[in-house]
Design a protein around this ligand. Structure first.
Ligand code: SF4
Length: 218
């Protein structure tokens, strides 16, 4: 929708609502005012200002604070005081600048999480506690692009189970069957992820409903 068109409809809505400003003049609004209203509502309802800053896409919190015309300074001051109080209760060590080695280790963690059929989602600085049995592990986020590789692994497991049964290696059958169940589960996760991204969701057009005697967005 063109901004001019939006402005026209906004003017018509305000005129028909009969709203006036503090001096009694007909109220005028710009589409940008909705950003102020949204941020104001969010902060007044408990969203921390630094999160509101990220939501609004402001590079510095001073821009978010520029909305002071519409929300009270005490909201920001109260949140800053909360952050300051919280910091004094935490060890100072948590707020120091990381060393180069720590930073490299942090970045390295994300590189080392890449696996042949997806990504390991375990938390930073935690070891693998599942002996790298990734197929059976809930921490593995399978990558749909690696489906052919996983199908190959699944088919190989089926062959190995048949071979183990044929040769009488019954001790191996149970473990291989657990891995096979894991492979089938990861394949299902991949297919579900593909189906989600391939499905367009029609959200329809916004409308208005009357709730408790006043109009509200739906
Ligand atoms: S077994 Fe799980 S935790 Fe360990 S590397 Fe594989 S996905 Fe990560």
């Amino acid at each position: 929708m063109h901004p001019t068109c939006l402005l026209k409809y906004l003017g018509q809505a305000l005129a028909s609502a009969g709203l006036t400003d503090a001096s009694g003049e007909p109220l005028t609004m710009q589409p940008h005012d909705f950003r102020r209203i949204f941020i104001t509502d969010a902060v007044m309802n408990g969203m921390p200002p630094h999160i509101a800053q990220l939501v609004a896409g402001h590079r510095v919190i001073d821009t978010t604070m520029g909305y002071l015309a519409v929300y009270p300074r005490e909201v920001i001051e109260a949140h800053r005081a909360f952050i300051a109080r919280r910091r004094v209760t935490r060890p100072g060590e948590e707020y120091r600048t990381p060393t180069d080695e720590e930073w490299d280790s942090f970045l390295g963690h994300f590189e080392r999480r890449k696996l042949s059929i997806g990504t390991c989602d375990r938390a930073f600085s935690t070891p693998c506690t599942h002996e790298h049995a990734c197929l059976r592990c809930a921490m593995l986020r399978p990558d749909p692009a690696e489906r052919p590789r996983l199908v190959e692994i699944r088919d190989n497991l089926i062959d190995r189970i048949a071979e183990a049964k044929r040769e009488g290696w019954l001790g191996e059958v149970e473990g291989l069957e657990t891995s096979l169940a894991g492979a089938e589960d990861k394949l299902a996760q991949m297919d579900a992820a593909t189906a989600r991204t391939a499905t367009a969701v029609d959200l329809g057009m916004p409308g208005f409903t009357q709730i408790a005697g006043r109009a509200s967005d739906t």
